[in-house]
Design a protein around this ligand. Structure first.
Ligand code: FAD
Ligand code: PHB
Length: 395
């Protein structure tokens, strides 16, 4: 016999979207439970994003989980790009009237949110098997199994925060949803190491051998990526092979300054652009990677997840506190307007910086011209900077 529980909002997925939504709702007195298919350690073991927009930092502050972020996060007032052996600087602070980004890993954001949730006694069910959602057009129900027993949660709303491969988007009837997708014909091989970063800035590199990115998690921990083919697997790359390839792709000064060491983690990520429309189906809302994916070149994935959560948390607070459905009615349109701008920017950064297989010489020259234009035009740099630090919210 299934054990039946009732909450106001059932959240599927304990990634950054689910945890942040849960925390904001909990603080607003809205009863919620998070149902996650993996263990907490597994969720924390995924090495992903590293760059937070100011609006994401503000939201984490609102959620009461920004203390360590302020102590340990690194403020970046610009970024660097290398092309043709030279390094160029894009100064966000100057170009945007004072805006910056913060480098603080997704793993740390997740850890801070998990600890806050645990210390406040809000419920998260980890290792939930066979999660399914039902009746989200009327009286929503979530079912799952835990330690062999069947469970059922009845709720007012379901938040689908279960990532690209999750169950919530897949449960929507095909006729009610439209998807847009582009899969890029290359991937990123990433390496994390306990070594000081090569520069105080991130360096995005366009090189004839392929894209490379020098990033960091702290002043003692670095994160590097090299563009690789789609069928690459991380195990076939020794650390030495990775460092050699990275050194070939960065500018000479970075190659000289690069400090190498054993990897802590190596993995391959596919690059994809994806949007599902709409993001609301009756009493089911999609948020974060469940609704959209961007290639990581624009550092937007986690920030977009946070912006969805910002819209959704406000909408649900409005519903329960002010008894107004305006926020939930506008959720999908508001979130999608921001998402498409980030999709455009992430696609543009990806096209600008990668070697595109079989694109041909014409496309190569256009890419070169675009980079020349960027490095000589304040207007072009301002556009990049405005998008990278995050466009203002229009509400
Ligand atoms: P997720 O982090 O995917 O969390 C979804 C959660 O739902 C997971 O914990 C999952 O286990 C759980 N779940 C899935 N299915 C179910 C189910 N059926 N039932 C219950 N729970 C379920 N962004 C950047 O900005 N920079 C980067 O460098 C970067 N690198 C990335 C590398 C990879 C390999 C990936 C996949 C993404 C990367 N991203 C990056 C994107 C960024 O990490 C995501 O946008 C962000 O994690 C989105 O958070 P989310 O909570 O919406 O989804
Ligand atoms: C990262 O540090 O993992 C990172 C930073 C910037 C990106 C993508 C990934 O654009």
């Amino acid at each position: 016999m299934a054990e039946i529980k009732r909450v106001q909002v059932a959240i599927i997925g304990a990634g950054p979207s689910g945890l942040l939504l849960g925390q904001l709702l909990h603080r607003a007195g809205i009863d919620n439970v998070i149902v996650e298919q993996r263990s907490g350690e597994y969720v924390l073991g995924r090495i992903r994003a590293g760059v937070l927009e100011q609006t994401t930092v503000d939201l984490l502050e609102e959620a009461g989980v920004a203390q360590r972020l302020h102590e340990e996060g690194l403020i970046h007032d610009g970024t660097q790009m290398s092309f043709g052996g030279r390094r160029y600087e894009i100064n966000f602070r100057k170009l945007t009237g004072g805006k910056t980004v913060t480098v603080y890993g997704q793993t740390e954001v997740t850890r801070d949110l998990m600890e806050a949730r645990q210390s406040e006694g809000a419920a998260t069910i980890y290792e939930a098997a066979d999660v399914s959602i039902h009746h989200f057009d009327s009286r929503p129900v979530v079912r799952f199994r835990k330690d062999g027993a069947k469970h059922e949660i009845a709720c007012d709303f379901i938040a689908g925060c279960d990532g690209y491969h999750g169950v919530t988007r897949a449960s929507v009837p095909a006729a009610a949803i439209k998807t847009f997708e582009r899969v890029y014909p290359f991937g990123w091989l990433g390496l994390l190491s306990e070594t000081p970063p090569v520069s105080e800035h991130l360096i995005y590199c366009n090189h004839p051998r392929g894209f490379a990115l020098c990033s960091m998690r702290s002043m003692t921990r670095s994160r590097y990526y090299v563009q690789c083919s789609l069928d690459e697997n991380a195990e076939s790359w020794t650390d030495q092979m990775f460092w050699d390839e990275l050194r070939r792709r960065v500018d000479p000064a970075a190659a000289e300054a690069l400090v190498t060491g054993p990897s802590i983690e190596k993995s391959v990520a596919q690059l994809r652009s994806f949007v599902a429309e709409p993001m609301r189906f009756g009493k089911l809302f999609l948020a974060g990677d469940a609704a959209h994916i961007v290639p990581p070149t624009g550092a937007k994935g986690l920030n977009l997840a946070a912006s969805d959560v910002r819209f959704l948390a406000r909408a649900l607070v409005e519903f329960y506190r002010d008894r107004s459905e305006a926020g939930i009615d506008h959720y999908s349109a508001r979130a999608l307007a921001r998402i498409w701008k980030a999709e455009r920017f992430s696609w543009w950064m990806t096209s600008l910086l990668h070697r595109i297989p079989d694109a041909g010489e014409f496309a190569d020259r256009i890419q070169r011209a675009e980079l020349d234009y960027l490095f000589s035009s304040v207007a072009a740099q301002t556009s990049l900077a405005e998008n990278y630090v995050g466009l203002p919210f229009q509400d």
